[in-house]
Design a protein around this ligand. Structure first.
Ligand SMILES: O=C(O)CCC(=O)C(=O)O
Length: 227
């Protein structure tokens, strides 16, 4: 059953992320074949470092189709309250940890839809979130965010011990999040990831500027910021 737009949008408003179990189950085979055609992994499947390819929706038609699906449109329109636009897309072979971060902190909301082609669990790099940390009205941009980033010095915690919601996923699941939300992946095994990022059609000058900055930042910082 496709995810329900209004409920997912409300989860995004409250928590900053939503786990859409098996929303892309029908596309897994085509996505895997497409990924293999885009990113060459070594024979043992273990790259030494992360590999990213940008702008993949044309080269990976199964992801293109998904990004234009009625349910993705429904979630975006419910969340943004208007028509949306896809800004960037990327395929990643991820290894190791992704430290606590948000993908910048913008007044304009952006959504990232993520699919892992490998099962991810608590101890193998599952994406994890600090619920509600995308909301400026919760006071997150500032002190709490700084403390989480400096978790060892300020809180005496390893990154993986910061209290968080770990979203374990299996191929076919989609995780969508507001990219202001604090997120990380610890104890990282190799994980093949596909993703695309969306924004509500920018209307004001500030939104246009944020969208341009966001677009550029994706390329400058890589698909997933470390550190
Ligand atoms: O799986 C990971 O390493 C984290 C991915 C991430 O931070 C992202 O996709 O924005």
């Amino acid at each position: 059953m496709p995810p329900r737009d209004a409920e997912v949008s409300r989860q995004l408003q409250v928590f900053g992320f939503a786990h859409l179990r098996q929303a892309a189950a029908d596309a897994v085979g085509a996505l895997e074949r497409g990924f293999d055609g885009l990113i060459d992994l070594p024979a043992d499947g273990l790259p030494e470092e992360r590999v990213t390819e940008f702008d993949i929706l044309t080269e990976l038609p199964a992801l293109g189709l998904l990004s234009r699906s009625a349910w993705v449109r429904g979630i975006c329109e419910a969340y943004f309250g208007r028509r949306h636009r896809i800004i960037t897309s990327d395929a990643n072979a991820l290894v190791g940890d992704s430290y606590w971060h948000s993908d910048g902190f913008y007044n304009t909301p952006f959504l990232r839809f993520v699919l892992y082609l490998d099962a991810t669990a608590h101890d193998t790099g599952a994406l994890r979130f600090l619920p509600g940390s995308h909301r400026a009205d919760n006071g997150w941009p500032g002190e709490p965010t700084r403390h989480v980033i400096r978790h060892r010095q300020d809180l005496g915690l390893d990154g993986g011990d910061v209290p968080a919601v770990v979203v374990e996923s299996r191929p076919g699941d989609v995780i969508v999040f507001d990219t202001n939300v604090m997120h990380a992946a610890w104890h990282g095994g190799v994980r093949r990831q596909l993703a695309f990022n969306c924004v509500g059609e920018p209307e004001t000058e500030a939104e246009q500027l944020d969208t341009r900055r966001y677009f550029l930042n994706r390329y400058v910082s890589g698909s997933v910021l470390i550190g």
